[in-house]
Design a protein around this ligand. Structure first.
Ligand code: FRU
Length: 471
């Protein structure tokens, strides 16, 4: 039998015990990254939502903290955000961390709480709720400071749209506008919004991105993260390409993505919940359920006149690398096998490769183990897509929605780079420095320790292939 604690990720955050879904309230203050999260401390399935809490100074190693916010008479504590109130606009105290969350009972309302001890303890605001509605789905407040209008902005998920509010004091909020009708994917409810301004690589320009998590209605079923690119003037978000549907990650296990507030160097660091509502409650782990993605730095790039999100693994992940275990280059005419990726493979490693001189139609490889479990990863250069097939990856039978091939559209680059982050039960692929990302869970009964490359309809060169064990 498999020891299911073996599936617990090493360098992805998981709760020690109990259930976790969305990352919440991420905020940086005084050298510390705070991560709060949707948490059930009483069991490893969804329910009894609290805000769990963890802290880190480097985004890759986390320290568990006591529960930050617990249910009360207004309901359980759903998703939300935190800001640092430097100028004491709310009157709780300069530098207070102010948390916004949804109080959920038979109705959903917005509430706030504040911390005067750097997030250690929170006190709920005496006049909660601060925002109510007759809408049933009314949740997940993301609050941020908007420089240009000198105001706080709140973006809220309401049914299948996002609503924008503004405030001078974090307590009184005025409705500004709604966004959503006729825009993007509408296969399910919109949840967990974010609104951030990002630079476009290689230019002096910036654009606003509205992050919109949707469940169901993702490209491969269930939950996923879509986004819109456009302008925001403090009142209204305008989508510059209303015709386009854009996905932030092309795997099945990337949801509830939001970014850190108040980060140094103006970085926009995103974190996703690494699961899917289709089967999150049934994945074969015990004592705990769900981990987060690796942190990703967001920026923008332009391709054929459209602006897209780029999610690159945050540079802190480089710190996890042990010494390089394998380094080689080779040509693939038909197949090329590399045995033993790592001498002592405990299932946590990174592969980095560059592919050149390709005239093949399919450039692919299988990661596999001695049990015959495998993940097939390939570029189909005719159809211009990158794919990951986890149908034979290990334990897949807990849900009919789990065994699946996911694919991402790709550009036609003559040189292709790929970084794969493999942890005990996940694979995150980043192509061309994050121009596409794909995050999928896998539950192999032993680590994949071999790789076999194959070419169809031609050949290619792997000009650089490196494996690092991750700490
Ligand atoms: C998204 C979500 C949020 C909600 C939370 C409840 O996964 O449904 O909309 O606030 O989870 O746990």
């Amino acid at each position: 039998t498999t020891n299911r604690e073996n599936f617990r990720p090493l360098y992805h955050f998981t709760p020690q015990y109990g259930w976790m879904n969305d990352p919440n309230g991420m905020v940086y203050k005084d050298g510390v990254y705070h991560l709060f999260y949707q948490y059930n401390p009483y069991g490893s399935m969804w329910g009894n939502m609290h805000w769990g809490h963890a802290t880190s100074t480097d985004l890759v190693s986390w320290e568990h903290q006591p529960v930050a916010i617990a249910p009360d008479a207004l309901g359980t504590i759903f998703s939300g955000s935190c800001v640092v109130d430097k100028d004491n606009t709310a009157g709780f105290g300069a530098g207070a961390i102010v948390a916004f969350y949804t109080s959920a009972s038979d109705r959903q309302v917005q509430s706030m709480a504040y911390s005067l001890d750097n997030g250690r303890t929170f006190k709920k605001y005496a006049r909660n709720p601060i925002l109510t509605s007759t809408q049933r789905d009314f949740r997940d407040p993301k609050v941020f400071w908007h420089d240009a209008t000198d105001k706080w902005i709140m973006i809220l998920a309401v049914g299948q749209e996002m609503q924008i509010y503004s405030s001078a004091n974090l307590k009184d909020w005025s409705y500004e506008s709604s966004f959503g009708e006729g825009q993007g994917a509408h296969g399910g409810v919109w949840e967990c919004p974010d609104l951030i301004e990002l630079p476009i690589e290689g230019t002096e320009l910036k654009k606003w991105i509205l992050i919109c998590n949707i469940n169901p209605g993702g490209p491969f079923g269930g939950s996923a993260t879509q986004y819109f690119v456009g302008t925001f003037d403090g009142k209204r978000f305008v989508n510059e390409s209303p015709e386009a549907t854009k996905w932030m990650d092309w795997g099945k296990d990337h949801y509830a993505t939001v970014t850190w507030n108040n980060t140094p160097e103006g970085r926009h660091i995103a974190l996703a919940w690494m699961s899917n509502w289709q089967y999150a409650n049934n994945v074969p782990t015990t004592q705990y359920r769900s981990g987060n993605s690796v942190p990703r730095d967001l920026s923008l790039y332009t391709s054929a006149g459209e602006t897209y999100l780029k999610s690159s693994p945050s540079r802190e992940l480089l710190e996890l690398r042990g010494k390089e275990e394998k380094k080689c280059s080779f040509k693939v005419d038909r197949t090329y096998n590399l045995d033993k990726l790592l001498s002592d493979n405990t299932g946590t490693y990174e592969i980095e490769m560059t592919i050149k001189n390709r005239n093949a139609e399919i450039v692919g490889f299988q990661l596999f183990n001695s049990k015959g479990e495998e993940v097939d990863i390939y570029y189909n250069l005719v159809e211009k897509k990158f794919a990951m097939d986890r149908s034979k990856s290990g334990i897949v039978s807990f849900s009919p929605d789990f065994p699946i091939v996911t694919f991402a559209p790709i550009e036609d680059n003559s040189e292709m780079t790929l970084r794969l982050f493999i942890d005990k039960s996940s694979i995150e692929a980043f192509g061309d420095d994050g121009r596409f990302a794909m995050t999928n869970l896998v539950f192999p009964s032993e680590p994949y320790n071999r790789i076999s490359f194959y070419a169809k309809g031609g050949s290619y060169t792997v000009s650089s292939f490196k494996v690092y064990k991750l700490k």
